[in-house]
Design a protein around this ligand. Structure first.
Ligand code: KIV
Ligand code: NA
Length: 270
């Protein structure tokens, strides 16, 4: 497929064909995602999923660039979005531009994603005005786990719902081409989708969002440290891998692997 999607194409999906998004962190996974999805997101979830970190807070620019480059090599169709890691953009627009432009230049991504609502709107407008498409992310923002007090559902109650709706609207008005809504009551996902002019990409925000995203290792059953309710397991690859590795170990110990079909003989003389 040569029809490369960009942020403008995603933006134009508002209210139309659902936007299909998955994370990817490596070239082989990017190839699989590219064949079926509109957006490949190099999420900072890679800190937990690939590197064994306890949260996304320890993820660095260098990690995002390394994985962003790997994913870029596997894409020919999907729009490539790379997360800005914790500490790389919160100081202000100038810091955000410096690091977002580096992510774009070094990975070839078409857009960046950053977390935060009204307080990030000025930064989003600054980046967009200077050539960097931005995906927003509101509701449960994992980089703020310590101030949020855990990974709980956000936006319960009228005041909190109103605040998160304002957050999403501020990002859309600042020029974000789409906004991720994470872990919200489905009624709030519906309301924000109705209220903002750009596509909402839900993760645990109900069926009414303009698109959906999941961490690919979660939906494949490859990462099981957390099992949030919003993850549907489409496969159990972790269990399959465990069974395969157990079988290999047993066969090596019993001297049943390698078999004659895996061994090199003398070969035929020329
Ligand atoms: O880091 C990530 O994978 C994300 C998605 C879950 C939206 O931000
Ligand atoms: Na993220």
């Amino acid at each position: 497929r040569k029809d490369r999607l960009g942020p403008g194409d995603i933006r134009a999906r508002k209210g139309g064909e659902p936007v299909v998004c998955l994370t990817a962190y490596t070239t082989p996974m990017a190839r699989l995602v590219d064949a079926h999805c509109d957006i490949a997101l190099v999420g900072d979830s890679l800190g937990m999923v690939l590197h064994g970190l306890p949260s996304t807070l320890g993820v660095t620019m260098e990690m995002m660039i390394l994985h962003g480059k790997a994913v870029a090599r596997g894409l020919s169709h999907a729009c490539l979005v790379v997360d800005m890691p914790f500490g790389s953009y919160e100081e202000g627009p100038a810091q955000a531009f410096r690091n977002a432009s580096r992510l774009m230049a070094e990975t070839g991504c078409q857009a960046v994603k950053l977390e935060g609502g009204q307080h990030m709107a000025e930064t989003v407008a600054f980046l967009v005005a200077r050539g960097i498409p931005v995906m927003g992310h509101v509701g449960l923002t994992p980089q703020s786990v310590n101030t949020l007090g855990g990974y709980k559902v956000q936006g319960r109650g009228q005041a909190e719902a109103d605040r998160i709706a304002l957050d999403a609207r501020a990002l859309a008005e600042a020029g974000a081409f789409s906004v991720v809504l994470e872990k919200l009551p489905e009624a709030l996902g519906h309301r924000i989708t109705r209220e903002i002019a750009v596509p909402t990409i839900g993760i645990g925000a109900g069926a009414d969002c303009d698109g959906q995203v999941l961490v690919v290792d979660d939906m494949l059953g490859l990462f099981s440290d957390f099992r949030p309710k919003f993850v549907k397991r489409y496969a159990e690859l972790g269990q399959d891998a465990d069974a395969a590795i157990a079988a290999y170990a047993a066969e090596v110990r019993a001297r049943r692997f390698p078999g004659p079909e895996h061994a090199f003989g003398e070969g035929k003389p020329a």
